[in-house]
Design a protein around this ligand. Structure first.
Ligand SMILES: *Cc1c(COP(=O)(O)O)cnc(C)c1O
Length: 367
């Protein structure tokens, strides 16, 4: 049961759910979003896509060639791995630090391989990297920077620049629980001229994908209500089984499809209000020695925590095996995936106070 709490569109208000269901998209909505992104990220070309991984694939195809190696945060979503592979590139996973879950300049400086041509910056959970140092590193080794904004749209680096205004390309995801969430959709802004020609998607979204995006927040709300009578999990399981709901990781990469027009419309509204929502991370996190014990304590007080970002260095677990992840070289990432607790987004802030106390008490005891 508890497994079904997360990702049930708890971040959608009633108003959001209604607008997701009924908001009419027009052709101009796609154009309006493109124009806004071009201006915001000072780009040369903006392309809207079916999801973030398709946008990332296009960005990589634009700037790299088959067989190039790319530095990737060693603690990430399978979507990133999938995109790197789809662009015929080889990921080089870089270990992260325990403070902000990003790679840092000390770790990067130990890497030297002339086949490495680029670096994807992720700003994990919305915690910014030390951009000035990484930019210098990239310059020294002639690397192209790609900024993946799935977690960090609207976030500012220490030097005041906004994420997405530094690299050759800014990649956005509008997927579930991302910093902009319209259930699916994505975009890439190419900021620098690129050597390879890429084709923008020309096909409309599949009707099934369109309907899934429309209904997901409403289904989520129904399941959340039903959890109180222990039926929410069962219903969600059924909806997944009959493909009316799709797990995020299973959303197919497809560079030939555009997002739905209503998604573009809703994404534009959200992007415009990003900087008003403040710059808090999309998920707060703690690292605890004995996670099972903390979870047990939390459960005793009625808190079900699950769905950690990330439960494996490349998540979700069911895809992890495919990635040949170099655990020996990314020991921190492995440790963190086993010890991280994210504060869930499906409880109200006030309720979470008690949960925080439980975790912080545990941290004191273990110290
Ligand atoms: C979710 C995610 C993406 C892209 O996700 P889509 O589901 O394809 O929209 C890209 N990068 C990171 C770090 C992510 O978490």
């Amino acid at each position: 049961m508890k497994r079904f709490f997360l990702g049930l569109a708890a971040n959608y208000s009633k108003e959001d759910r209604r607008s997701q269901l009924f908001s009419l998209g027009r052709k101009e909505d796609l154009k309006d979003l493109e124009h806004f992104l071009l201006r915001k990220y000072n780009g040369e070309r903006a392309i809207l896509t079916k999801n973030g991984r398709s946008a990332l694939t296009l960005a990589l195809k634009a700037y790299f060639n088959k067989g190039d190696k790319i530095l990737v945060n060693g603690f990430t979503c399978y979507a990133v791995y999938e995109a790197v592979k789809a662009a015929d590139l080889d990921p080089v996973f870089v270990d992260i630090n325990k403070d902000d879950l990003n790679f840092d300049i000390e770790t990067l400086n130990k890497i030297s391989d002339p086949a490495i041509k680029g670096i994807i910056i992720q700003n994990t959970l919305g915690f910014p990297v030390d951009i000035a140092a990484i930019e210098q590193f990239a310059k020294k080794h002639d690397l192209v920077i790609i900024e993946d904004l799935a977690h960090c749209a609207g976030v500012k680096y220490q030097d005041g620049r906004e994420a997405g205004t530094v690299g050759a390309a800014a990649v956005l995801s509008f997927g579930k629980d991302k910093s902009i969430d319209t259930v699916s959709g994505g975009a890439v802004v190419l900021r620098h001229p690129c050597q390879n020609k890429i084709t923008a998607p020309s096909k409309s979204p599949k009707l099934s994908d369109h309907l899934r995006a429309r209904f997901y927040p409403t289904f989520g709300a129904i399941c959340r209500v039903l959890t109180h009578v222990h039926l929410g999990g069962i219903l969600m399981k059924c909806l997944v089984k009959i493909h009316w709901v799709e797990k995020s990781a299973d959303n197919k990469l497809d560079i030939s499809r555009k997002p739905s027009k209503f998604e573009a419309r809703r994404a534009l509204i959200q992007i415009k209000s990003l900087n008003k929502s403040g710059e808090k991370p999309i998920r707060e996190f703690y690292l605890v020695k004995n996670r099972d014990e903390v979870l047990k304590k939390l459960k005793k007080s009625g808190f079900y925590f699950d769905g950690f970002w990330y439960e494996k260095p490349i998540s979700p677990a069911r895809y992890y095996q495919k990635t040949n992840f170099p655990e020996e070289e990314c020991k921190n990432a492995v440790y963190i995936s086993e010890h991280i607790i994210n504060l869930p987004t499906y409880y109200r802030k006030n309720n979470l106070k008690k949960a925080r106390e439980i975790i912080e008490k545990h941290l004191e005891d273990q110290a």
